[in-house]
Design a protein around this ligand. Structure first.
Ligand SMILES: C[S@@+](CC[C@H](N)C(=O)[O-])C[C@H]1O[C@@H](n2cnc3c(N)ncnc32)[C@H](O)[C@@H]1O
Length: 341
């Protein structure tokens, strides 16, 4: 990995993908498409086209999470800046960093902000947000990390001061419960006693509202879902016809998560040439492309506590659609309460 120093010294970008992402895609496809119930992990949605489609999803009337999360940030950013004194904001799955600006504004205003560290698998997003943010916030250093947060958390640079690790957009919901706790434990290891985790989670609500959010009237989410097949066609020389699949979004009431699937319209066999793999689909057979877990306060606290984290603030929007939680290492909390008691 070669660090790429920008002409503007405020920006440094490290890429850790060099081939590993392609290998991970190949492994995931080989593993996921040969299972009895076919499945692909959602990180492969986000090529440049997928990232663009996700941006459009965020503007859709049915997709309430970004608006609800932004409303919470607008309401609480100053308090979060005061509570954390953060010199650094590390953001996992940063995307366009659209809502992040609310937090950056508050930290800038508080006079503590020195560095922003976006971590995302989509190279174009890390580069364009680094360029835009160094222009918008004079004096801000941006150290971008192009990588997979499931593999490259260890590549997040050492902190320059108290830090907030932000994981917004409800992306934590993409992890099934066991790996969710494991991943939260890995994030917890990034936190020194003066650091905080700020995490966005979508809340359990009326299934109709949830299903509409993942199956919009304009069909943008359907296009986003099918785009993963184009990624496979391009990267692994597969011959999927996206039109052979229907987009499906269902709320699983038992697990309290949304599932996105692609359902084969007809029986057919696809060839994934780079893997020398042929994949048979029966008519109506489904490929699961994403789960998006919805949370209750109890579930979230259970997950945080299992990861060695303690809740500092639970923040929600007036309609209680979405939650932002600020937490810190439970060891710090124990030391603080022993000290004060
Ligand atoms: C649901 S979007 C959220 C974007 C942004 N945080 C927001 O709140 O609008 C998920 C983001 O995480 C990134 N992402 C998904 N899986 C990833 C992974 N394993 N490693 C790094 N980034 C990932 C995607 O590229 C995308 O930008």
């Amino acid at each position: 990995m070669e660090p790429i120093a920008n002409a503007d010294a405020a920006i440094r970008i490290d890429s850790h993908l060099d081939g590993t992402h392609e290998r991970s895609l190949a492994e995931d496809v080989l593993d996921g498409l040969t299972r009895p119930f076919k499945e692909l992990p959602p990180k492969h949605f986000y090529d440049a086209r997928g990232a663009e489609l996700f941006d459009r999803i965020c503007e859709l009337p049915e997709y309430y999470p970004p608006r609800a999360e932004r409303a919470i940030l607008n309401e609480s950013a100053a308090e979060l800046a005061e509570l954390t004194n953060a010199a650094e904001l590390v953001e996992l799955g940063s995307g366009t960093a659209a809502k992040t600006r609310v937090l950056l504004d508050a930290l800038h205003e508080a006079g503590t902000l020195r560095r922003y560290v976006p971590v995302d698998v989509t190279e174009s997003m890390v580069r364009s947000s680094a360029e835009a943010l160094t222009e918008e916030y004079p004096g801000l250093q941006v150290h971008g990390v192009i990588g997979d947060f499931e593999r490259h958390l260890g590549r997040v640079p050492p902190a320059v001061g108290p830090r907030i690790v932000a994981f917004l957009g409800g992306t934590i919901g993409n992890f099934p419960p066991g790996s969710r706790r494991r991943f939260l434990r890995e994030i917890a290891r990034l936190l020194s006693p003066e650091d905080h985790l700020l995490m966005g989670t979508d809340l359990v609500k009326d299934p109709q509202v949830l299903e509409a959010a993942y199956d919009d009237a304009q069909g943008v989410t359907a296009e986003f879902n099918r785009n993963v097949l184009q990624v496979l066609n391009r990267e692994l020389e597969a011959d999927f016809d996206p039109e052979d699949f229907d987009h499906v979004a269902l709320f699983d009431r038992e697990h309290e998560w949304i599932e996105m699937r692609l359902r084969a319209r007809r029986e057919h066999t696809t060839l994934v040439r780079a893997l020398d793999l042929s994949v048979h689909f029966d008519a109506g057979e489904e490929l699961r492309t994403e789960i998006s877990a919805k949370f209750t306060p109890e579930r979230l606290e259970g997950d945080l506590s299992a990861a060695g984290l303690e809740l500092v603030r639970w923040l929600t929007d007036p309609d209680e659609l979405f939650a932002l939680t600020l937490s810190r290492s439970a060891d710090v909390a124990a030391v603080a309460s022993n000290g004060s008691g």
